[in-house]
Design a protein around this ligand. Structure first.
Ligand code: HEC
Length: 112
């Protein structure tokens, strides 16, 4: 198992645990897992890059600080540089950085 697969599995286990707690606490009709997932991810569309954006960009501040912006890709790129240079974010490896930018451009761009 590669490290990234391992991380995905580990994160999956944490989410599965959270779902179980949510369902257990719901009482009456349990919400569907799909709804729970939307709640967990603050409505972020399911697509490649969602887990990376949610995990990296929601670790220091609320993910909503990110999701409320609608920025072109060049500005997202600058935001990522700013996070590294001014806010001590760890530099993302190129593959993850590309996934994060692709996702932000697709769903949190000026026209979305
Ligand atoms: C190591 C911590 C850290 C990480 C990780 C991090 N940020 Fe930030 N971010 C900050 C801090 C600190 C601020 C400014 C203070 C605040 O508003 O909470 C900030 C502010 C922001 C802002 C508000 C506007 C601005 O420029 O100040 C945006 C947008 C943002 N971050 C986007 C992101 C995105 C996108 C990611 C993921 C790639 C990310 N952040 C990851 C620390 C971080």
């Amino acid at each position: 198992m590669s490290l990234s697969q391992f991380k995905k599995t580990a994160i999956g286990v944490v989410f599965a645990g959270t779902f179980a707690v949510l369902v257990a606490n719901a009482g009456g009709e349990p919400e569907s897992v799909a709804e729970d997932e939307q709640t967990l991810f603050h409505g972020m569309p399911a697509d490649e890059g969602r887990l990376e954006v949610f995990g990296f960009c929601g670790s220091c501040h609320s993910i909503n600080l990110v999701l409320q912006q609608k920025l072109p890709r060049e500005i997202w790129d600058e935001v990522l540089i700013e996070m590294v240079e001014e806010h001590e974010m760890l530099e993302l490896n190129p593959e993850i950085r590309r996934k994060v930018l692709d996702y932000l451009e697709k769903y949190y761009g000026p026209d979305s």
